[in-house]
Design a protein around this ligand. Structure first.
Ligand SMILES: Nc1ncnc2c1ncn2[C@@H]1O[C@H](COP(=O)(O)OP(=O)(O)OP(=O)(O)O)[C@@H](O)[C@H]1O
Length: 560
């Protein structure tokens, strides 16, 4: 919580003002009801409203002003807290992406970014001011009423207020906090399950598993309902206890004041004030209900924000005038929780401007090598070097401006072709954009689209064919003028003719290329071929050397 408080310092002053206004509002509320009850009794007694009416009008206007200002500052606090918390969580996440997204269950980060932040905003907007005012106003009211109507008359309300502040909020709190932790865990699973179902809808329907998935979702929903029941029962008890205490306080005060010989006007004012007082005490009751969720949300956000970055940022800015040499020097890497290494003592040297191709069966470690070159993570042993210097020396920003990756899985934004191509270079000129599209062999097709560069690609690029989406991703990478290009099955959706045209174009670009492929024809373009199997190099060298050993064709026949 101290960590959260430090993140939201700019809202502390308005929060203080909002709390003061809440105290004024609550005090005027009690006075208003007391006056109204006293005036009503005075009227019934035939004494008329007398001075009660102007007092009522004055107090009502003052209360309205206090309420308006409290809402204004309260909402300012709420929205400012939301802005600060969201910015804080996003800025903590960016440096950890994409590693954290890969390692976190789908839908989970999103839930944290939205629901958890909203939960904590509730602490600022609806918890702090109500709790503080509930702690201040009722004791002050009891003392004021004791001075006016006698101490015996306020004995019962005082006892009820003490119970409402010190006992009721804590009944079942520990059990409901445990249950809420479990509920939030189950909600995470539900978010994960629903996200998987939505993204995997085609497969689920295709394989006729929709009913089974729905049953699983239902089962999770039922478990959440059962687990949330404990917290709901504790909340219901607190609500019931406070209603009972309010009535006991009001009836008790009225009975004692009457027996003490207080006037009916005083008795009515006291009874109405006591009833109203417990409206203010609901702030404590509600806070107890929010507390478990808020603490659990704060804990989850803390974990996301404090998870150490997968890779430490380097100090030097990488500036390359042209292509550079890429080397993997005895690199070994094992994924967390994986029994076997994805790469073992992996070595590779690609000359500046060269084109190396990694070939190997599924799971042999090709993509892992590419992601280490993009520095999504660091090797457990060995080094990845650029022009002889370890990648870790360079800032991630400058590194990713020089080394650009195009993967088989194209991620496109639901925006225009222009916006997608210029994602990494928003200031690129139209001429540069067309040039990149030409190299990616997509320019002619875009020219023929009714809206040209302004054509929308649809959600996840659904308006484009798989091959167009892949070439769009390639054009996006080329626009960055990369010095190192990492291509992971980037032509998987292209026919042989298009593929060879793209390859011819790529040969004209001054950059070092590391390509991953399953295709024998791609190998023909490379200066260096490396055959990988279960994280180990089986053979490497120029194509001729491998061909002469006969290992390439053998390897393709056996493994691919
Ligand atoms: N995020 C991950 N967590 C745990 N293990 C992983 C992860 N990603 C890959 N692996 C494992 O590491 C090994 C190498 O995977 P990698 O994706 O690098 O292979 P690949 O050769 O690129 O395969 P493919 O051709 O199918 O893309 C595999 O055994 C795989 O199961």
């Amino acid at each position: 919580m101290r960590w959260l408080t430090s993140q939201t310092r700019p809202v502390h002053r308005p929060l203080f003002v909002s709390t003061l206004l809440r105290i004024v509002n609550l005090s005027l509320d009690v006075v208003l009801f007391g006056l109204a009850a006293a005036g009503a009794v005075s009227s019934v007694q035939g004494k008329g409203l007398g001075s009660y009416l102007p007092a009522l009008v004055l107090v009502a206007m003052a209360k309205a002003a206090a309420y308006y200002l409290e809402q204004l500052t309260g909402h300012y606090v709420a929205f400012k807290a939301l802005e600060l918390l969201r910015t804080m969580v996003f800025s903590n996440l960016w440096p950890k992406a994409p590693a954290i997204v890969g390692a976190t269950r789908s839908g989970d980060v999103l839930a944290s970014l939205t629901r958890d932040v909203d939960r904590i905003e509730v602490v600022y907007a609806h918890t702090f001011a109500p709790v503080v005012s509930a702690l201040v106003v009722p004791p002050v009211f009891v003392v004021g009423a004791g001075l006016a109507a006698g101490w015996q008359a306020v004995a019962i309300p005082a006892a009820c207020v003490a119970l409402a502040l010190t006992v009721v909020p804590f009944v079942g709190l520990r059990a409901s906090m445990r249950a809420t932790r479990r509920t939030l865990e189950l909600r995470r699973e539900l978010a994960h399950h629903v996200t998987d179902s939505v993204f995997g809808a085609e497969e689920i329907i295709g394989y006729g598993r929709q009913l089974r998935r729905l049953e699983e979702t239902d089962a999770l929903g039922r478990s959440i309902g059962q687990s949330a029941g404990t917290a709901r029962r504790a909340n219901a008890f607190r609500r019931g206890a406070n209603v009972f205490l309010a009535l006991a306080s009001s009836i008790g005060a009225a009975a004692v004041a009457t027996s003490q010989g207080c006037s009916p006007v005083t008795v009515a004012a006291l009874a109405a004030g006591c009833l109203r007082l417990f409206e203010g005490l609901r702030g404590v009751e509600d806070a107890a209900g929010y507390l478990d969720h808020s603490l659990a949300a704060a804990r989850r956000l803390w974990e996301i924000c404090h998870e150490p970055p997968r890779v430490a940022d380097g100090q030097e800015t990488l500036e390359l005038a042209g292509p550079a040499e890429v080397s993997f020097n005895g690199v070994s890497y094992t994924y967390a929780g994986s029994p076997a290494p994805a790469l073992s003592d992996f070595c590779l040297d690609v000359a500046a401007g060269g084109h190396a191709v990694l070939v190997g069966p599924s799971g042999s470690g090709k993509t892992t090598a590419a992601s280490l070159l993009l520095r999504y993570d660091d090797p457990d042993a060995g080094e990845v070097l650029l022009g002889g210097t370890p990648l870790s020396r360079y800032t991630l920003d400058s590194l990713r401006r020089c080394i650009v990756g195009v993967s088989q899985k194209c991620e496109l934004l639901d925006a225009s072709i222009l916006e997608n191509v210029t994602l990494g270079m928003p200031d690129a000129s139209e001429e540069e954009v067309w040039n990149a599209l030409e190299i990616a062999c997509l320019a002619d097709e875009v020219r023929q689209m009714p809206d040209g560069l302004a054509t929308g690609v649809g959600v996840a690029g659904r308006e484009l064919s798989g091959g167009q989406a892949q070439r769009l991703c390639l054009a996006r990478a080329l626009l960055m003028r990369p010095k190192i290009l990492v291509l992971d099955e980037f032509t998987a959706n292209l026919n042989a003719e298009l593929q060879s045209k793209v390859r011819v174009n790529l040969r004209k670009i001054p950059c070092t290329i590391l390509e991953i492929t399953h295709r024998l024809d791609a190998v023909a373009e490379a200066d260096l071929v490396l055959l990988l199997d279960r994280g180990r190099t089986v053979a490497s060298g120029p194509l001729d050397a491998i061909e002469s050993e006969g290992s390439l064709r053998d390897f393709f026949t056996k493994n691919l």
